[in-house]
Design a binder for this molecule. Structure first.
Ligand code: NAD
Length: 419
């Protein structure tokens, strides 16, 4: 199909998808325990926005250009699909991450094999039902449920041209190794341990509200959450108090209830893992301000974890170095801005980050010094569908979203004609 035909298909997909959005949000909430408000707004709202944004980008994209070559003769540059794409996705934002790969890949002219996570297979199958209404040629999109073994088989398959992977850093390393023998292209969107740097001129209440929304949505199971909160030593008490007050107001409970802000985690294994980190933080000497490893008050079943705040932590503790993927925040104090930037950069990860300040110029100067793929000033980084998203260091390589996201599924071919 020509690019214009592909765009028509994706615009039609967006219409059909919008008609099933309520059903999709309820299904994801049931499947992974995402609070229903978040499921409607983000889990299903964002994929709908992505389809529109990628279609607009594709409409304005230079699919073919004639360029003056160095030797005087023109060269034609064609953007061609990379071929067969394997899309391997995690469970935490299953539709957003699937659509963020599937839609640009289809717009680029690729065919796609989607491998959803075992924890979130049902929403992938509902997407399959929606896609079936498009009457695409057989094999353009395949959905292959399975676990890590299925994912590894896809990544190592010689018929696959590109793997687009989102998941943990450990699995990302294994995927890159599976891709190596066939020189399969690979992009890796991996974990994070992002720093929220609070400058000494920031307002504690505003910062606490912004961090709570950036870090505890989806019950803290978001890759770009700000989970290391860096506060100035001389005002640490004020920021910790404001965060503690904010976290204590979060309603923990039934994810199908609109008032719920923190639902159960995705699985018993994840609950155990997060509680394990809380215990480790206490043992390492961090001060538990809010929460703890016991069940939340009033709930005795379900995979819940109390929203938990640690203060007086140091950057060498496991609660500051490792991705917890639950509602747990760690506050570390710094001496001056240089120290704050050094602590933010002292991480195996480099996905996201943010700075909070009354002075935007000061904020942007800090943003430029932190080594991550994305950064927010006075907000957790809000993904913009026209801007690239991705990480550096242990957070992976490659970019999704924006024109860069589309280009991830394209190869450039140069055609020179003898004069
Ligand atoms: P995971 O790495 O366990 O699994 C992710 C996907 O990879 C699943 O579909 C899984 O079946 C598959 N998989 C696992 N091992 C594999 C292997 N060896 N070969 C091929 N496929 C394999 O991650 P998860 O627990 O499902 O998701 C949480 C992780 O995802 C967190 O680390 C989080 O930060 C990360 N994440 C990153 C982003 C981002 O954009 N950077 C977004 C969301 C989630």
């Amino acid at each position: 199909m020509a690019p214009a035909e592909r765009i028509t298909v994706i615009r039609r997909l967006a219409e059909i998808y919008a008609g099933r959005s309520k059903e999709m949000a309820a299904l994801i909430s049931n499947e992974i325990g995402a609070p229903i408000g978040f499921a409607q707004r983000a889990q299903v709202g964002l994929p709908t926005v992505m389809m529109a944004a990628f279609s607009d980008l594709a409409e304005n994209y230079p699919w073919q250009q004639d360029r003056a070559g160095f030797y005087g003769a023109p060269v034609r540059i064609r953007k061609e699909p990379v071929g067969v794409v394997g899309a391997i996705v995690p469970w935490n934002m299953p539709q957003f991450l699937t659509i963020g790969k599937l839609v640009p890949a289809l717009l680029a002219g690729c065919t796609v094999v989607v491998k959803p996570s075992p924890e979130s297979t049902l929403d992938a199958l509902l997407l399959g039902e929606i896609l079936a209404e498009l009457d695409l040629p057989p094999g353009v999109v395949s959905i292959v449920p399975g676990d890590a073994v299925t994912g590894a088989a896809l990544a190592g398959h010689p018929g696959v041209d590109k793997i687009s992977f989102t998941g943990s850093t450990a699995a990302g390393r294994a995927v890159a190794a599976s891709c190596a023998p066939n020189l399969t292209k690979v992009s890796l969107e991996l974990g994070g341990k992002s720093a929220g740097i609070v400058l000494d001129d920031a307002d504690p209440q505003t910062v606490a509200a912004a961090i709570s929304s950036a870090s505890l949505s989806n019950s803290g199971q978001i890759c770009n959450a700000l989970t290391r909160i860096l506060v100035p030593q001389h005002r640490a008490g004020e920021f910790v108090d404001a965060l503690a007050a904010q976290m204590s107001t979060l309603t923990v409970g039934d994810p199908s209830d609109k008032a719920t802000r923190v639902g159960p985690l995705v699985s018993a294994r994840q609950q155990q893992r997060v509680r394990g980190y809380i215990t480790e933080g206490q043992q390492a000497g961090a001060r538990l301000v809010v929460g703890g490893a016991e069940m939340p008050r009033g709930l005795d079943t379900g995979w819940y974890v109390r929203p938990t705040l640690f203060a007086d932590a140091t950057n060498d503790m496991s609660i500051a170095r490792e991705e917890i993927f639950g509602p747990v925040l760690t506050v570390i104090s710094y001496r001056d801005v240089h120290d704050a930037v050094a602590i933010a950069n002292d991480s195996d990860y480099g996905l996201a980050g943010a700075v909070f300040t009354a002075d935007t110029d000061r904020g942007v100067a800090v943003a430029e010094r932190v080594r991550t793929g994305t950064f927010g000033v006075n907000q957790g980084y809000t993904m913009d569908p026209f801007a690239p998203f991705g990480g550096v260091k242990g957070s992976g390589y490659g970019r999704e979203l924006g024109p860069e996201g589309l280009e991830g599924y394209l190869d450039s071919k140069s055609i020179a004609v003898a004069q």
